[in-house]
Design a binder for this molecule. Structure first.
Ligand code: UD1
Ligand code: MG
Length: 459
């Protein structure tokens, strides 16, 4: 029988102590809810509806197009949230699968018992934990049949010792669910309508309820930052292991952070302290790290990037970046180019084989193929009001410590003298020097020493 999926995501997540809705806190670079929806959608429900409430607009903006949303306002508990979803869905007879939005390690396999369903009023998933703190406990009778789920806040000391917990994932027969939700109240420690009470209500009326135990890891709920960090550590490790299986060398998985949306080529090597974020792609055989932060950037085959920060950057094949480069959005380095030590670039393209090896700032600039930009070169791109461009032609040689006051164009194969402040365009092939003539005063050091000696004799 087909099923409808309901994902509960209206809670604020009080225990996060954060204005961000809990389900939008990120695990491996994606909102928790996105991970949950992947698993839920993989069970092929006929419809999927997410119950939003706190920060509803923000949550809705992250939903894929074929997922519906409905608003629970105010948030009266998981049972109330489910009622709101049923109201949105309208009457029907398909089974309803309910999953919480705060289980970012969830995979489709764990949901399989709920996707299948059975000839029962309800199926609930449970897990056995070493530390069940915070979860609802699954109470069974002497025959091992489920009797009820009791929330931590409502449990007596004996119930608290139970290590089998409710993971918050269920499949209900629609008619039974409607009936139970209409009947249960909110007479509990939190004054909320608990979805968990549906279980006890059905059992008390002799309706068959089945409990299926699943592995604990995937069903871990995130209610606070400690659990969020744990979930991140697990997802991160899964992502790294997947890439290792694809031929990526990870020398220290404990300090390597790869977001879910990142793509890595065969033979990529990741050294300690690497962060690959957002839509980053790294080509075959590239070597990244130690200590590199790459966000929404592309790195070509065989490139080498170390001790550097790159955001919104395109690094061509065989390029060298770092150590200590900061490359900002709009930077494009063509094949074989170099951005070396203490180099900052923004909105700048560097041509094939061109080199910017040391201590430079290039902003709103283009550097032609094979050009060499000397140490200490700066594009003075900002006049206090507007930004201006600097164009450096192919094969140009920019002397060390050149100030290029934009807008300015340096022609192909032109040369600037070290220490020059260049304010006017330089023709192709020309040398532009802007500095005073060097004077030389012979014998100066000896005369100075003699003056000093005479003064000391007087004192
Ligand atoms: C819930 C279960 C508990 C289970 C645990 C598993 C209840 C009463 N308790 O507790 O038995 O062990 O999950 O992780 O169901 N939500 C709404 N509207 C609300 C309240 C909550 O949409 O009014 C959503 C939350 O956004 C969240 C999910 O429901 O995604 C679960 O709520 P949460 O407050 O995390 O419940 P737990 O205390 O974890
Ligand atoms: Mg929870």
């Amino acid at each position: 029988m087909d099923h409808i999926a309901v994902v509960l995501a209206a809670g604020k997540g009080t225990r996060m102590r954060s204005p961000l809705p809990k389900v939008l806190h990120e695990v491996a670079g994606r909102p928790m809810l996105a991970w949950v929806l992947d698993a839920v959608v993989a069970t092929k429900p006929s419809r999927t509806v997410v119950v939003v409430g706190y920060g509803g607009e923000q949550v809705m903006a992250t939903l894929p197009p074929d997922v519906e949303a409905c608003v629970q306002e105010p948030q009266g508990g998981t049972g109330h949230a489910t009622e709101v979803a049923l109201g949105h869905l309208g009457s029907g007879d398909e089974d309803v699968v309910v999953v919480p939005g705060d289980v970012p390690l969830l995979g489709a396999d764990t949901l399989a018992p709920l996707a299948r369903g059975g000839d029962v009023a309800a199926t609930i998933l449970t897990a056995t934990l070493d530390d069940p703190t915070g979860y609802g406990r699954v109470v069974r009778d002497e025959g091992g049949r489920v009797r009820a789920v009791v929330e931590q806040t409502d449990a007596d000391p004996e119930t608290l010792t139970i290590r089998e917990v409710n993971v918050g994932m269920y499949r209900f027969r629609r008619a039974d669910l409607d009936e139970a939700l209409a009947a249960i109240g909110d007479d509990n420690a939190q004054g909320e309508k608990y979805l968990t009470d549906v279980v006890g209500w059905l059992v008390a009326r002799g309706r068959p309820v089945e409990a299926v135990e699943v592995p604990a890891t995937e069903t871990m709920g995130v209610n606070d930052h400690v659990q969020l960090a744990r979930a991140n550590a697990v997802r991160r490790r899964w992502i790294l292991e997947r890439w290792m299986a694809e031929g990526v060398a990870v020398s220290d998985p404990d300090t390597t952070y790869v977001d879910a949306g990142v793509e890595l080529g065969v033979g990529v090597r990741l050294h300690p302290g690497v962060h690959l974020r957002g839509a980053t792609r790294v080509g075959e055989g590239a070597e990244i790290g130690p200590d590199v932060y790459l966000e929404d950037s592309r790195v070509g085959e065989g490139a080498r990037v170390w001790y550097s920060v790159l955001r919104g950057v395109e690094v061509g094949p065989e390029v060298q970046v770092g150590p200590y480069a900061s490359l900002r959005p709009g930077t494009v380095l063509a094949r074989g180019a170099k951005a070396g030590t203490f180099v900052e670039m923004k909105n700048t393209s560097v041509g094939e084989g061109a080199k910017v090896p040391h201590l430079s700032y290039l902003g709103d600039a283009s550097v032609g193929d094979r050009a060499n930009v000397g140490a200490g070169t700066i594009t003075c791109n900002y006049d206090g009001y507007d930004k201006h461009r600097t164009e450096i032609g192919a094969d140009a040689f920019i002397g060390s410590d050149t100030m290029l006051v934009a807008p300015v164009t340096i022609g192909e194969a032109a040369v600037t003298g070290a220490g020059s402040v260049i304010t006017r365009d330089v023709a192709p092939g020309a040398l532009a020097v802007e500095r005073s003539q060097q004077r030389e005063i012979p014998g100066y050091a000896a005369r100075r020493a003699a003056r000093k000696a005479a003064q000391e004799a007087e004192d």
